[in-house]
Design a protein around this ligand. Structure first.
Ligand code: KMH
Ligand code: ZN
Length: 284
């Protein structure tokens, strides 16, 4: 395990721009965030898109613009969220793939989400996963609780391996309603991963640092960002996403597993290389 994949989740669907001005919600803010976070050590970006009023949206036009803007501003692996916001329709969540990302999240089960329920029915998981297989979009399997790893095994048994052949999971720990951000919970999940799978983990709120330390010790990778964590210490709001990525990169260096480049992350995840435009005049 030579390096650390750092994924930045810069926006999410739960926090209002009015409450957290550092949240990137416009195309310009998203592009600048991608650039700064790549410079700080991120290799992948997990994107939730906002509309002109800064509300979460799965509208295809916004998604396509976000993919184009991040692709132009950075070399980051682009992973679109298919989780969206609680209550988004299954059809809209599958249609996210029409924006042609390289990768996309796939949540492995339903979970209480604060006072809401984040619904992921088995039939929806199969439909979303097979749509990813058909289009060559590499999934990141989001796991909010231990039992969802059993569902992941069932999905792989039923439908076969993902595009690229490698299974990568993200343990989302500390959601009110999901598993806690603790070492025993992390260890239980790591023991239940499919053979050969890699994993990252993210701790929501105050679970951020304990989960990061435990994950590095377990050979895992890091996800960080304002989607999950709004402060760097109690009472100290994060300046922006790149500050959180810088801190993750510092931890990765201390662990002697420096951040992977986007190119190295593509190899690890089995994501196809970004198409390089042919030089002018070379088309024929
Ligand atoms: N916003 C949450 C309801 C994902 O991006 O795939 C779901 C979520 C998971 O954030
Ligand atoms: Zn998300």
């Amino acid at each position: 395990m030579a390096g650390t994949l750092i994924t930045v989740a810069p926006t999410g669907a739960e926090t209002a721009k009015a409450d957290v001005p550092a949240l990137p919600v416009t195309l310009e803010e998203l592009a600048a965030t991608a650039r700064a976070c790549q410079a700080a050590g991120a290799a992948m970006i997990h994107i939730h898109v906002r509309d002109a009023a800064a509300r979460p949206t799965l509208e295809l036009g916004y998604l396509r613009e976000a993919v184009a803007a991040v692709r132009e501003a950075s070399a980051l692996v682009i992973q679109l969220s298919t989780g969206g916001a609680v209550g988004d329709s299954e059809a809209d969540r599958i249609a996210v793939l029409d924006a042609e990302p390289e990768a996309a999240s796939l949540s492995c089960g339903s979970v209480n989400f604060g006072d809401d329920v984040f619904v992921n029915r088995w039939s929806f998981l199969v439909a979303l996963y097979t749509a990813m297989q058909d289009r060559g979009v590499v999934p990141e399997f989001e796991v909010f609780d231990l039992g969802q790893l059993s569902t992941l095994h069932r999905l792989l048994d039923r439908c076969g391996p993902p595009p690229g052949g490698h299974v990568h999971c993200d343990l989302v720990m500390g959601v009110p309603g999901g598993m806690p951000g603790t070492l025993p919970a992390l260890a239980a999940c790591v023991a239940a991963l499919p053979a050969g799978a890699s994993f990252s983990a993210t701790g929501v709120g105050r679970a951020s640092l304990p989960v990061a330390f435990a994950t590095l010790a377990a050979g895992g990778h890091l996800r960080i960002g304002l989607e999950d964590t709004l402060s760097v210490a109690p009472g100290q709001p994060a300046r922006d996403n790149s500050q959180l990525v810088e801190r993750a990169a510092t931890l990765a260096h201390l662990a002697l597993r420096p951040p992977l480049t986007p190119g190295e992350a593509r190899v690890m995840l089995g994501v196809r290389p970004v198409p390089v435009a042919a030089p002018r005049g070379a088309e024929g």
